[in-house]
Design a protein around this ligand. Structure first.
Ligand SMILES: Nc1ncnc2c1ncn2[C@@H]1O[C@H](COP(=O)(O)OP(=O)(O)O)[C@@H](O)[C@H]1O
Ligand SMILES: Nc1ccn([C@@H]2O[C@H](COP(=O)(O)OP(=O)(O)O)[C@@H](O)[C@H]2O)c(=O)n1
Length: 195
């Protein structure tokens, strides 16, 4: 049976950083599910048709990490048919042997409700805006406004809203270094593996 790790949380909280580190530590595959929504938003056209016809090379565009692509992703992500079109691929990926790490907004709640480990990664707004601004070379105040807008949209949508699963372990990275945050996540996974 494959081992699935589900990581959710708001924008720029450190999900991807932890997901990549866990995948490397345990030899698991990693899927950044936000890239799927970013690719749909960036490609344009009718979002439902774009999601239904998404190709692997669409995920290789070099502009998907931009703030604009993040905003476009969050808009198409509220369309139920877009989410439905991306569901089967994510569920199949989650069954990769010997294990898979998926990070996004609805992994522990909708995509992989049976995941062996669920993490919900958060950090305060100022910290997230500062980290994303440093990453993109952007203005922190502008990043703060965009992150607030995106979080609000992601949390209130009707389908698969961003929220902590009841059985998810909360990791607040606001005052943790990357090493400290990763160590907490690794310890959580090791405890579950030892059961
Ligand atoms: N604990 C941390 N301390 C400092 N910087 C961090 C920490 N976690 C992540 N970062 C940095 O913050 C930015 C956003 O992290 P990322 O993992 O991409 O978040 P997410 O996947 O939640 O959007 C990246 O530049 C990353 O290197
Ligand atoms: N599983 C997911 C992943 C992302 N998304 C959407 O895609 C957008 C971009 O996600 P992301 O994970 O790449 O964003 P960051 O947290 O890296 O800034 C989010 O704001 C959500 O609207 C989603 O709805 N469900």
């Amino acid at each position: 049976m494959p081992f699935t790790i589900a990581i959710d949380g708001p924008a720029a909280s450190g999900k991807g950083t932890i997901a990549r580190a866990l995948a490397s530590e345990f030899g698991f595959a990693h899927l950044d599910t936000g890239l799927l929504y970013r690719a749909v938003g960036a490609k344009g056209g009718d979002p439902v048709a774009t999601a239904q016809g998404l190709e692997p090379e669409d995920l290789l565009r070099d502009d998907l990490r931009s703030a604009e692509a993040g905003q476009a992703a969050s808009r198409v992500a509220s369309i139920p048919e877009v989410r439905a079109a991306l569901l089967a691929f994510q569920r199949k990926f989650a069954r990769t042997e010997p294990g898979a790490v998926l990070d996004g907004r609805d992994i522990g709640t909708v995509i992989c409700p049976e995941a062996e480990v669920k993490l919900y990664v958060v950090a305060n707004y100022e910290t997230r805006a500062a980290r994303r601004a440093a990453e993109l070379g952007a203005d922190p105040a502008e990043m703060l406004a965009q992150i607030r807008e995106r979080d609000a949209r992601d949390a209130v949508r009707d389908v698969a809203p961003m929220k902590q699963a009841d059985d998810a372990v909360l990791i607040d990275t606001s005052h943790l270094s990357i090493e400290e945050a990763v160590a907490k996540a690794v310890a959580t996974v090791r405890t579950r593996l030892a059961r």
